[in-house]
Design a protein around this ligand. Structure first.
Ligand SMILES: C[S@@+](CC[C@H](N)C(=O)[O-])C[C@H]1O[C@@H](n2cnc3c(N)ncnc32)[C@H](O)[C@@H]1O
Length: 306
């Protein structure tokens, strides 16, 4: 048993005393997760099971939730609290070694867990990928901001900025649906494989030069296509999550916070496209005396700044 494992064994009985769980935020995580009734979910590094009742509720009696932790003490506490939940089971196991069933889970939830596997992230991400059904969801969540997580770990950047982790997950074959790295929390929802609307690239692969509109006025190359497409698929997922919040009758103020996030994400992607357009299209157009292209840019800027 390594030092960290011993630490969690010894801490298990006092974990809930010190663990401040924000119930509203954990409920919001479930809404944003897209987990539906009937789903089979793994709560990896479940500890004393703080997230288990939320997941149990989301999957309902036709679904199942498996809490897994390598600390036998943590699992004992979780069992004492949540054995009565009929759709919840418990496994003492190390995610680095345990033989996870292949293509089995609809979702794998990692709440405050990523820093503990960060050193082996490539291996664990591959294991989770294989354990998920096609289209299954992987959730990396922290109910505190990234800087607080890294401060707890002595300032070691165990939790990277969300776009860094996104790239890692994309290169493992996931598509990003929602990514939030805010003053309140860190939330990443990715799905195994790509939906028809998504584009997945290898980390080292050059982004292809794809025209964003089918009609090209003049031949030109967009270098930011990969970034633009990733951001747009995140925005799509985010809007879908907001639709579900409204269907679930969630608080208007929560919905408005999410809509404001989408608003700024759309503005961000517009800026990237505008910059790419100026850098790679307008420069060529001026060189080639293409006055129509310059006129079109003026119109686009006018619309954008309105
Ligand atoms: C920070 S705690 C989070 C517990 C719980 N998810 C929560 O949010 O309260 C991390 C948990 O991961 C478990 N853990 C660490 N490394 C693990 C591994 N390789 N396999 C399974 N569990 C692990 C620890 O025992 C601990 O319970």
């Amino acid at each position: 048993m390594d030092k960290e494992h011993v630490f969690f064994e010894n801490y298990a009985r006092n974990w809930d005393r010190d663990r401040k769980a924000d119930k509203a935020l954990l409920s919001r995580f479930v809404t944003l997760s897209g987990i539906v009734s009937g789903a089979a979910v793994l709560d990896a590094g479940c500890g004393t099971g703080v997230f288990l009742p939320y997941l149990s509720d989301a999957v309902g009696s036709s679904g199942s939730v498996e809490g897994m932790d390598y600390s036998a003490q943590m699992i004992d506490v979780a069992k004492e609290k949540f054995s009565p939940l009929a759709n919840v089971s418990f496994t003492t196991g190390d995610v680095l070694k345990y033989h996870l069933p292949q293509k089995h889970y609809d979702a794998i939830a990692c709440l405050n867990f990523y820093p503990h596997i960060a050193a082996h992230s490539r291996d664990v991400i591959r294991r989770f990928y294989e354990a998920l059904k096609d289209g299954g969801t992987l959730l990396i969540m922290h109910d505190m901001p990234r800087r607080a997580v890294n401060a707890i770990h002595g300032g070691t950047p165990v939790l990277p900025p969300v776009d860094v982790l996104e790239e890692k997950l994309i290169s493992a074959g996931f598509s990003v649906v929602i990514a939030m790295d805010t003053d309140e929390c860190y939330f990443l929802r990715v799905v195994k494989g790509a939906s028809p609307d998504d584009f997945v690239y290898d980390e080292d692969e050059e982004a292809p030069a794809v025209p964003l509109s089918g009609k090209l006025q003049h031949p030109h190359v967009h270098t930011e296509t990969k970034r633009v497409l990733n951001r747009l698929s995140r925005i799509t997922g985010h809007v879908e999550a907001i639709k579900r919040m409204i269907e679930d009758g969630r608080d208007c103020s929560d919905v408005l916070v999410q809509l404001a996030a989408v608003h700024s994400a759309v503005a961000g992607v517009s800026r990237v496209i505008l910059k790419d357009h100026i850098d790679h299209c307008i420069v060529d157009a001026i060189r080639e005396h293409d006055e129509e292209a310059v006129e079109n840019l003026k119109k686009a800027i006018n619309t954008f700044v309105k």
